[in-house]
Design a protein around this ligand. Sequence first.
Ligand code: TXA
Ligand code: MG
Length: 344
Amino acid sequence: MSPGNPDFPEKAPPDRGASSFVYPASAANLRFFAGLLRDGGMVAMPTETVYGLAANALDPGACRAIFAVKGRPLFDPLIVHVADAAMAETLAFLPERFAPLAAAFWPGPLTLIVPKRPVVPDLVTAGKDTVALRLPRHPVARALLEQANVPLAAPSANPFGYVSPTRPEHVAESFGARVPFILDGGPCAIGIESTILDLSDPARPAILRPGAVTASAIAAVLGTAVQERRVVVPQGAAAPAPGTLERHYSPRSPLALFPEGASPPAQEGETVLLLKRPEQDSANPHIFWLSETGDPAEMAATLFTLLRQLDRAGYRRILCELPGSAAAGLAAAIRDRLLRAAGR
Ligand code: TXA
Ligand code: MG
């Protein structure tokens, strides 16, 4: 903390939660962490999609720490979170199509790729002339953004390539003392990363990563078709959106997929992850499911927690049911994440 910070004498030491690095989102803690972020620190914050590892987006040194802690290659740009549309305007040249989308989906799980202004450091955008902007809906993220009053670069708070975190303890498990400040916002309501919409060519909006905001909902607002560009980039190559790297979101145990509705080819030592509770109860204790009824929102909210849990259990292989290719909305987003987790 720099003594030059005007808040300095007022800063009380924050209150810790049950786990050593997890802090309740009390007013005093929010104030403290907002100051820490302004001073170039790093804080794990909850959003409605997944937990993010946040730093001041206008401070290249602070953002460099995010790349280092995550083991993230510098060619993979960060999403910048904003407190409101006015803050977005200071960071980017907003195309006409921005306003209706922000009005319809912000705050919420939609990230918009737009031409950046020079104020955004090249490190944040990996040298691109575009920046990814999002206004999250989670009240703790919003309070932190408003109090920090700086844009926050925040990729998902997981080691690069691993399953995203949807609970504060996921962040603590992965990083330990390397991420000593985690703000508790409970389990993430959506549980899967935001939809990324590329508006860099406003005439041809394209989804780079499917999420809770669907192509059809975006098309309805824009009154135009939206491309769904599932970019798959081989490992090691420079990538337009490395959420699009071939292998991503992967547990350490090998993950194999089987078609929706098929019977899983499980062997000794393997576990099965179904999309919904099986009709007949099974005596096999190694069968798990993402939802009771097949509701995609419930499936998305449990996906990363269950994958992490099964990974920790050390099975030889995780066999996971894959939503069919006709899946739409959140089910399509789950299909996307599972294909990537399996390296396909
Ligand atoms: O839901 C979310 O979006 C979460 C929460 C924390 O907000 N964040 C998240 O960030 O998923 P991350 O870094 O794990 O994924 C961001 C993706 C990356 O695949 C990155 O390559 C892509 O967005 N991206 C960022 N800036 C971009 C740009 N200018 N052009 C294309 N892709 C970009
Ligand atoms: Mg990520």
